[in-house]
Design a protein around this ligand. Structure first.
Ligand code: SAM
Length: 213
């Protein structure tokens, strides 16, 4: 079985722990860790460093979690995290949560894994924070994704989006369409590079914070 998987390690320096994230040699885009998720997970560490209670007991929703790097980091920082993705990605996500569950428990976090195809509404409770890494890459998904974001938001929900900006015309068009659409419904704040992790940041990857009020 292990021939199907290869492990990526991710250091959460503020807690002095290393997550083990299994990736698949073959599979869809959700089967590996993308750079935008490393950049966002490291940014969460920066927020925690400023305030170690920043995520304590908060309900966090990760959309398009893939192997779970960002959501697991949030859970280790003390949040109650629902990691979600398409149904076919869930077994790998569950596997990675199980692999790191002791770190989550030791740091008083919680995890739940559920399928959440964008455009569906399966949440019982609206989250305090929504996390999204490298999920804006095909145009057909933009409307259902924004629909999910809008449905999941309460007055004070904060959304953190980390996205690699790619050069192809298709990707550029997708990103432009996403920006136009979110502008209608959310306030947008770009997180400057100098506020991000010194090592794990890139001029190709943007982090934005969205809110409805
Ligand atoms: C490029 S991967 C990023 C994975 C992870 N966030 C990371 O950065 O490592 C995009 C993720 O979005 C998920 N995704 C794509 N379309 C989706 C949809 N319609 N509903 C839910 N998840 C979707 C994919 O399964 C995949 O896990």
């Amino acid at each position: 079985m292990s021939a199907y998987y290869f492990t990526r390690q991710f250091d959460i320096n503020v807690l002095d722990i290393t997550l083990k994230l299994e990736q698949k040699y073959e599979g869809d885009v959700g089967c590996v860790v993308w750079d935008a998720s490393i950049v966002l997970a490291k940014y969460l560490e920066i927020l925690y460093n400023k305030n170690p209670n920043r995520f304590k007991n908060l309900l966090v929703l990760e959309l398009g979690a893939g192997v779970g790097c960002v959501g697991l980091t949030a859970a280790c920082l003390g949040a109650n995290v629902i990691l979600t993705d398409l149904p076919e990605i869930i077994p790998l996500l569950e596997r990675n949560v199980l692999l790191n569950i002791e770190y989550v428990k030791n740091n008083k976090g919680k995890t739940d894994v559920i399928p959440l195809p964008w455009g569906t509404n399966v949440l019982k409770e609206k989250p305090d924070i929504i996390l999204l890494a490298d999920c804006i890459y095909y145009i057909q998904s933009i409307e259902p994704l924004i629909c999910t974001l809008r449905n999941a938001c309460k007055e004070d929900t904060q959304i953190f989006i980390s996205q690699e900006i790619r050069e192809s015309e298709k990707q550029q068009e997708c990103w432009r369409y996403f920006l136009e659409s979110i502008n209608k419904y959310f306030k947008i704040k770009n997180i400057p590079l100098e506020e991000q992790d010194e090592e794990f940041r890139s001029s190709d990857i943007v982090i934005m914070q969205l809110s409805i009020s």
